[in-house]
Design a protein around this ligand. Structure first.
Ligand SMILES: [Zn+2]
Ligand SMILES: [Zn+2]
Length: 254
């Protein structure tokens, strides 16, 4: 182990010295809350922000991962939310680190819009931890693709960055075949319609018949994107499609 590895592994007092120098000379601030970082070698987000990333409160819908009212799940082993009981879902099980708010939202924003790609590693570690049941026994992870024009603009696909840190082979099974207008602010039904024909299978995707795969994205909003991706994969013969995202927008209770 050379000294730089010791520094980044936190095993040497030098790291403290490097932190002290960096925090004075560069005065870097937390990418999520703007507070000055006193340990910049540990990454662009402060410890307080990481500690405040909370999980979704169980019990959760067995399928989509939305929190359920506690009374509902007492006697039902496979609890499902009203939406999942009403509509057939192609994603068998979806989970996230936590709700898309507070520090988690700020961290995802920093990764996606400010190009802080190094955040994919700690986010991926949290996804592995809180989504362990989703990853269990899956063959591979499949990042939700960006349309090539969006990817060119941003320079990277945040879903692919996250997928690399989940401990399973990454298969680029999907491609965007149609650019979709930004979905922000649109109602769920409209999002589902817009997404329906947005994705196609790649050559790599054609090899996944009969296996269980995990779709990976940064945020699940209405689940429209994940469902559209799952449709393509199921049509290609994938046995089971699960989903793991960094964050989830919790649907209002019904
Ligand atoms: Zn912070
Ligand atoms: Zn549900």
């Amino acid at each position: 182990m050379d000294w730089t590895e010791r520094v980044t592994a936190g095993e040497w007092p030098l790291r403290t010295a490097v932190d002290a120098v960096l925090s004075v000379v560069l005065a870097p601030s937390c990418a999520a809350c703007d507070a000055l970082l006193d340990r910049p070698t540990r990454g662009p987000v402060c410890e307080r922000c990481w500690e405040s990333v909370r999980p979704l409160t169980p019990p959760l819908c067995d399928r989509c991962g939305d929190p359920l009212p506690t009374w509902r799940s007492i006697s039902i082993p496979l609890a499902r939310c009203p939406r999942c009981r009403r509509a057939g879902r192609l994603v068998d099980r979806a989970r996230a680190i936590g709700p898309y708010d507070g520090a988690l939202r700020a961290i995802v924003h920093a990764m996606k819009y400010e190009g802080r790609r190094s955040l994919a590693r700690p986010l991926g570690a949290l996804m592995r931890h809180r989504g362990a049941d989703v990853l269990h026994n899956a063959r591979c992870v499949v990042p939700v693709p960006l349309h090539s024009s969006r990817r060119r603009e941003r320079g990277f696909n945040q879903a692919a960055d996250l997928a690399r840190h989940l401990g399973l082979p990454v298969v680029a099974a999907l491609q965007r075949v149609r650019a979709t207008p930004t979905q922000t602010g649109l109602p769920a039904a409209q999002r589902h319609r817009n997404m329906r024909e947005a994705f196609g299978l790649t050559r790599a995707g054609a090899t996944l018949a009969g296996v269980t795969v995990v779709l990976v994205d940064d945020v699940s909003t209405t689940g429209a994107t994940l469902e559209a991706c799952a449709r393509v994969l199921r049509e290609a013969g994938v046995a089971q499609v699960r989903a793991l995202t960094a964050a989830r927008v919790v649907s209002p209770p019904q």
